[in-house]
Design a protein around this ligand. Sequence first.
Ligand SMILES: Cc1cc2nc3c(=O)[nH]c(=O)nc-3n(C[C@H](O)[C@H](O)[C@H](O)COP(=O)(O)OP(=O)(O)OC[C@H]3O[C@@H](n4cnc5c(N)ncnc54)[C@H](O)[C@@H]3O)c2cc1C
Length: 439
Amino acid sequence: MAEIVILGAGAGGTSVAHRLARRFAREVASGATRITVVDDAPHHLMQQGLLDVVFGSRPPRSVQRPRLATLPASVTVRTARVIRVERRESAVYLEDGTRLGYEILIIATGARIAPLELPGLVGPGWHTSVFDFYTLRGAVALNRALAGFSGGRFLIDIADFPIRNPAAPVSFACLADAYFRARGIREQVELCFLTPLPSAYPRTVAGATLDQVLAERGITLIPDFGAARVDGVGKTLISWTGREERFDLLAIVPPHLGAEFVRCSEGLGDPLGFVLTEPRTLRARGAANIFALGDATNLPTAKTATAARYAARVVAENIARVLAGDPHLAEYDGHGRCTVATGPDRAIALDYNYDVEPLPGEYPLPGIGPLQLLHESRWNAIARQTEPWFYWHVLLPGLDIPGMSARFSMAGKSGEIPNAPPGTPVALADASHPMETIL
Ligand SMILES: Cc1cc2nc3c(=O)[nH]c(=O)nc-3n(C[C@H](O)[C@H](O)[C@H](O)COP(=O)(O)OP(=O)(O)OC[C@H]3O[C@@H](n4cnc5c(N)ncnc54)[C@H](O)[C@@H]3O)c2cc1C
């Protein structure tokens, strides 16, 4: 029997499970192939709904579904924590003592916040005046705290990179601005956005656009601020250079790491626990039968659900090829897309890949859109509002949309920086920040 084991059933793992279940439906039904999915959480969390939970436009229950309801009925599901992959044995070890042998292994265990990596973060004030918004617990706690907040200094800080969806903190800042305006207390709130980078987003063109968006809303950008320590008693955030920023409320994106088992499994990951992955084939480096996708990888593209979705297509195709004895398809280009909420009814769309940073233009139809890239529009906001439906009904089931390619396209995009001397090409991603260390 061919054993296919998928570790992690988030956006990428679920999408690939559906694709494989369809592709190998006959083999699975006959017992010639078994697809096993392992995840340690009984519920699937749609992470991109967390900002709406913070600002009260979506109830917490709407961003979670029972894991089993999101996976194909034909796969075997195990709720357990993975603790080690033994490549020499082609086996995975689970915390409950189970050993799972595999012919093909897919690692999709995502990225996690590691609040303990920032001294003082989990200490006095944690979840009373200091919050994360990258977990459901943090988002719910912050929602309650915001309701009782009547004014003061509100810091939004990115502690370090890489993080999941680097555009999410900018959306957060804009939604916070809109939230305080709606409550009529915007004048009483000083909003500041702190980042270790020179601008709000880790790319030149998008960074300039999003810096401008923050400025227009009266949100102070504090760049080059590498958070070193939180003093929860004195309500101060301290940088590596000793700069101190006082706060009444702090919303922080803590440092991110990959799954612990990746660090503990010989030859699998980098020091942060991200799987060393071949960028085009999505094979784990040095292994013909192990694939990785989504946030779990060390790939130089933004860690987003859409990037995981496009990767799932290539992984499923390559698994079929490996089992048929055919060469791998080297087709993944790091394509990802997301929207930045700039208010309740405005948003900016981003579309990028490994080599091309988010540029202005229209998507998916050149000259038409309806999505406006790197430009605020109502259509973008409508697209953002449909994202939850799309997530549950298209992205997770691993469906393709006719006419919307998984591959990145320059059609409809301007390859030049706005306001730069004519002919200045900026199609390539910003080389001043090595992509591996930022995204
Ligand atoms: C606030 C926020 C906003 C976002 N906004 C957007 C957006 O607008 N658009 C977008 O495309 N993306 C967005 N993202 C990013 C997106 O959610 C992630 O990139 C996406 O979920 C990655 O999918 P994944 O399958 O790689 O990992 P995940 O979806 O995180 O799934 C990983 C799975 O692995 C499991 N797991 C981890 N370790 C183990 C272990 N040791 N044993 C067993 N199971 C394990 C976890 O339980 C989880 O189910 C946002 C994220 C956040 C936090």
